[in-house]
Write a protein of this length. Sequence first.
Length: 339
Amino acid sequence: MSETEWRDGGALRNYPRMTNSTRLPKPTPGSAPSDQVPLAVAMMLGFCALAPLIDVAAKMASHTVSIAQVTLARLVVQAVLMAPVVWTMRQGLRLSPAQWGWMGVRALTLIGSTAAFVGAVRVMPIADALAIVFVEPFILLALGALLFGDQVGPRRIIASVIGFGGALLVIQPNFALFGNAALYPLVTAVFFALYMLVTRLVSRDSPPEVMQMLTAALGVLAMAPVIALGWAWGTPELQISNPPGLVWVQLLGVGLAATVSHLLITYALRFAPSATLAPLQYLEIVGAVFFGFVFFGDWPNTLSWTGISIIAASGLYVIARERAVARTARTGARAAPRP
């Protein structure tokens, strides 16, 4: 499913991460060598092209198997693929009890965002669902202000309100057609905003590769009792089945596309500051529209296009304001006299 990590660290902006001598060096914001920026942009474009395929595979598979099975497959494949990466880079898994706890919370929020989005794209056009999820940066601003005391100026608040208005334009026709499923992308956005806030905490002490592997592994463990209860209660959406071979390929595609796209954006952020890459994330909607039309014949209507444009414009404005605020803060820090 589509998760803007921007989908596993991409929306962390300039929050600090633990460094590790066995990993590629991550430049500080504004310090990336100019010859590395094109590589980072290429990786970001690769992410934007690949990430919608997560949604395509999830939508296809969800017509045959349960939402729980699609979610579980995404986690299992990611854990299996990331384990040799962590082992090859010789990254340790020694975490404090508090870190393990936060990593577990991160896994739960990832499960929530994944399951809600799979439920949405099962019936909704992928581009419409993704556009609604793009209100996540606005929710992240609000939660950051409430939980961390982040300063949010009036212009960013206005941009967020306008962005939510754009989301309503996308939700309205889908709600008329699909009912409550049109609200699932908002659930995804809330869960993913919480996911990013938890990531903000644990990323200071854990490499992103370790975070991805452990989050997926803990997510698998967390889903085991849920699936067991699904069997006991006879709840179809919480059960695992043995589908035809093509569906297994689709489930593998969900996890494979998610893992590779997440790695692309993780490494892109090591070669260029997030302020340079963040505006490119909205190109993902282009891929979502293209693949949605090619595979499912979906095309956003005029109202949805209007909402998508408003959400993208508001998000880009928020990014521009954050860049301006960060630039002002750096200028003020340089100008401040030494004590």
